[in-house]
Write a new protein. Sequence first.
Length: 363
Amino acid sequence: MLKLIKNIARDLLAITWIRRLYVFLNRVVLEGLGFSRILIHVYYFFAPLTFNREQSAVWRGRRDYYRQKNRPRVSHVGLRRNVHRLEKALIMQPRRPVFAADYIVETVEFYKTMANRARTVAEPYDADELEWAHDVLREYFASITGENSKIDAARALFATVETDVPGDLEPERVPRPKQQLSSITYDEMLALAQQRRSVRWYQDKPVPHELLDQAMLVARQAPTACNRLPYEFRIFDEPDMVSKVISLPFGAAGFGQNVKTVVVVVGKLSSYFSPRDRHAIYVDSSLAAMSFIFALETLGLSSTVINWPDLEPLERTMQKTLGLEHSDRVVMLMAVGYADPKALVPYSQKKALDSIRRYNEFD
């Protein structure tokens, strides 16, 4: 039904006088209300579906964050956040004799929850995350030179679980000087960026999971606020599943039938306790997606990003199809595959540098 309405609207807007009237009415409303935040709020009060799902997702994400705070699970978002806060404190210059006293007890409690999970064979957990937390906590307690009762209590609690976690005797996953691991030149990086094109036509050839996983290892290295990695890449290559998923966004019309692998990037609002961070899932997911796309190029694979429109009927269908939580938000879709060598790609001229970059200007 939604696509039928979209098609009807498209046909109507192709008529010149209707398109001009539509533009005129939009201008009247936007200019008439645009000078006042109160009037804009009133307008959206009578159009609640515009942002209702996002508001609901933010609320339920906060609820789920607190629900999960002390529950054992594969990855502990609170532990990840606090351990990264410790890392940032450890690299300060100069380093203070006492720091992180306001959240160190909570951090060790989170660590104990995950360590207890590690002892339960039937319960999966992220061993790398636990060892990272272990190493950073050891480094933190070794670095404290001042006295503080909260830190002393946290140190004592840590000592009761510290020896139960497998790992090296010397902490390895701790702050260190930046390493130069790559010899890639600027020209090579620019060539890779120019090589990447939005490819919409693919060979009839499956994409090995091993290559997708290799690209994901690059994607997870992208910057992310407080090291939360608040996203999940849902990958589909079973034909029936691909057909269902690729048919949902408008942007795949006309070429979706030849896509062999589709990726749905999902943001997890349950990673945040405050609505102030509600945009972080889009930022962090997009950074990871770009790294994923560049990695695909190095592996001989191509891709195109498919825009996901924030329309309630589509959101509801995608949630039901993928079994998403109410606090999950679809950020984008991607088609992935081996490019058809005979197919064309758009040239896509980019904006001039001066139009997207400004130095030292306030206005």
